[in-house]
Design a protein around this ligand. Structure first.
Ligand SMILES: CC(=O)N[C@H]1[C@@H](OP(=O)(O)OP(=O)(O)OC[C@H]2O[C@@H](n3ccc(=O)[nH]c3=O)[C@H](O)[C@@H]2O)O[C@H](CO)[C@@H](O)[C@@H]1O
Ligand SMILES: C=C(OP(=O)(O)O)C(=O)O
Length: 418
């Protein structure tokens, strides 16, 4: 089992490049299921979740024509097996994103139910309800979703809650439906917009992506295209938060500040000095951070995927912060691990109260999910002495070469087999 060893307490300084966004790459890879033509994708990050998605598509019969750092090319022309087995879905919930495209293009899909995961129950009822409203016949048996539809029909769908992958699944399905689909209470995340931009290049007719009403006029067929995956706003936010917590100066290349408003506001409140251009962000931090209250909510509000990293920042900030998690019911698992490093946190329901202290103590800790792992890395970078993080396979799902990028900033961090 691999672990990360960090010797913390030093400021971070330097320049790094931001990778393509996991949460944009995963749905965009699934658009390959909507056409018989090849799709050329650039800036696909080298992540565990991406290789799991490629394996899932391959076992369906999708041909991976190229998979280099510069370009990933894939074709679903010879797809024969429209199924997603439990073994793959259980390691990556985004596997549910194959359901809409398979149903729309192949007329059937058998997908394992994702089941609960560490951060919450995460049901997929809104995906199913929307597809049923479009005419799909769906049965759930032995832990599998069995879906069929000769032809999906456009309709008006009002989602009960804002769901990112639910919006993406239904938007992809609607591209090949007959007639118009209107998705109301749609997710406005930038990754939904990136997916819509790829689908539009493939010939889809979509309006309103980025707002809470998306209108899709179905077309008969979609064709191949080339698409660049947007930069990862959560990876960007994680590095900015790490430097705000540790002190120092960072220049991020290949990122997009316009997707980061809520995060940037909170970093400024913590005392960071930030400048940015079209595709770069520069942050410097010369004072101890000030604590910041936050409440997670769907985009454009503060993202749940940055809550754990800001918890680590607040652990070493001046003052007391109140953090409220409104998206996932069990996304405070990092608290117990941070407390092993002497963090002063109490949890009451979906609220954590964090009393900042000048410095954490290095300790052995265990990663419990992807962003919890990132919070432990930030905590380790600020701590006195050695922090050893176990179960870092969670981190590898969503961060490309994180220890190499941090080492570029002067961090003392090493991956070991232990
Ligand atoms: C691959 C990907 O893009 N993952 C992101 C996506 O996950 P994901 O799309 O799975 O998250 P959702 O937006 O669907 O979840 C939001 C809330 O809705 C609930 N829900 C969702 C669907 C449904 O059918 N029924 C239901 O009750 C969930 O349990 C959760 O409480 O958005 C989350 C919220 O921004 C992020 O944390 C994840 O990083
Ligand atoms: C929760 C996350 O991802 P996923 O939806 O893929 O589990 C995340 O990226 O923080």
């Amino acid at each position: 089992m691999q672990k990360l060893v960090i010797h913390g307490g030093k400021p971070l300084c330097g320049e790094i490049s931001i990778s393509g966004a996991k949460n944009a790459a995963l749905p965009v890879l699934c658009t390959s299921l909507l056409t018989n033509d090849a799709l050329k994708l650039r800036n696909i990050p080298d992540l565990k979740d991406v290789s799991t998605m490629l394996d899932l598509l391959k076992q369906m019969g999708v041909t991976i024509l190229a998979n280099s750092r510069s370009e990933t090319e894939l074709s679903a022309l010879h797809l024969t097996n429209p199924t997603a087995p439990y073994e793959m879905v259980k390691t990556m919930r985004a596997a549910i994103l194959v359901l809409g495209p398979l149903l729309a293009h192949k007329g059937e899909a058998t997908i394992s139910l994702p089941g609960g995961c560490a951060i919450g129950l995460r049901p997929v009822d809104q995906h199913i309800k929307g597809l049923q409203a479009m005419g799909a016949e769906i049965a759930i048996e032995h832990g599998y979703i069995h879906a069929k539809a000769k032809k999906l029909t456009g309709t008006r769908i009002v989602m009960d809650i804002v769901t990112v992958t639910g919006t993406e699944n239904l938007m992809m399905a609607a591209t090949l439906a007959s007639g118009v689909t209107v998705l109301e209470n749609a997710a406005r995340e930038p990754e939904v917009v990136d997916l819509a931009q790829c689908l539009i290049k493939m010939g889809a007719k979509i309006e309103g992506a980025g707002t809470d009403v998306i209108t899709i006029q179905g077309v008969k067929t979609l064709h191949g295209c080339s698409h660049d995956i947007m930069p990862d706003r959560i990876e960007t936010g994680t590095f900015l938060t790490a430097v705000t917590a540790s002190g120092g100066e960072i220049h991020l290349k290949g990122t997009r500040v316009d997707t980061l408003d809520a995060i940037i506001d909170k970093l400024l409140e913590a005392g960071a000095i930030i400048n940015s251009g079209e595709n770069w962000i520069h942050l410097s931090m010369n004072t101890p951070p000030k604590s910041v209250n936050l409440r997670t909510a769907p985009y454009p509000a503060f993202p749940t995927d940055m809550q754990a990293q800001f918890m680590a920042l607040n652990c070493v900030a001046e003052g007391t912060a109140i953090i409220t998690e409104t998206i996932f019911e069990n996304r405070f698992m990092h608290v117990q691990e941070l407390k092993r490093m002497n963090a002063q946190i109490t949890v009451e329901g979906n609220t954590a109260i964090v009393h900042g202290i000048p410095q954490l103590d290095g300790a052995g800790v265990m990663a419990t999910d992807l962003r919890a792992s990132a919070s432990l890395v930030i905590a380790g970078l600020t701590a006195q002495g050695e922090t050893m993080i176990d179960r870092i396979y969670h981190l590898d799902r969503g961060y490309e070469r994180i220890e190499e990028k941090l080492a570029q900033l002067g961090a003392e961090i090493m991956r070991i087999n232990a």
